[in-house]
Design a protein around this ligand. Structure first.
Ligand SMILES: [Zn+2]
Length: 108
């Protein structure tokens, strides 16, 4: 199953709706509720798993702007982690987000 097929799968649609409902359809980062909301994975499932396999507590309801910023921050943090001589400290601080889709748990 491709990433796109998982995004469109009813199991993911149900899960994301449950997470949005849990957060009263409000962005957990900025509190916005009049803008498109996304469900962000703090952790992705292990290789071969489905997007909806992760426990609810590993999912966040974010507005599209905060989601974009979070994704960009993760990218920057990941670059920093990979290039810093003290990467162990970063690994610990950002461990939760430091996982690629397909479960590349580089810092775990
Ligand atoms: Zn937001």
């Amino acid at each position: 199953m491709t990433f796109q097929e998982m995004i469109e799968h009813p199991e993911w649609q149900k899960k994301r709706l449950r997470i949005m409902n849990r957060e009263h359809f409000t962005c957990q980062a900025c509190g916005a509720n009049q803008i498109q909301l996304h469900v962000h994975h703090l952790r992705y499932p292990i290789r071969g798993g489905f997007l909806w396999d992760v426990p609810d507590e590993q999912l966040e309801c974010l507005c599209k702007i905060c989601h974009q910023m979070r994704t960009e921050w993760n990218r920057v943090a990941k670059t920093a982690i990979e290039s810093t001589p003290t990467r162990g400290l970063f690994d610990e601080a950002y461990r939760v987000d430091y996982i690629d889709y397909n479960g590349q748990e580089k810092a775990a």
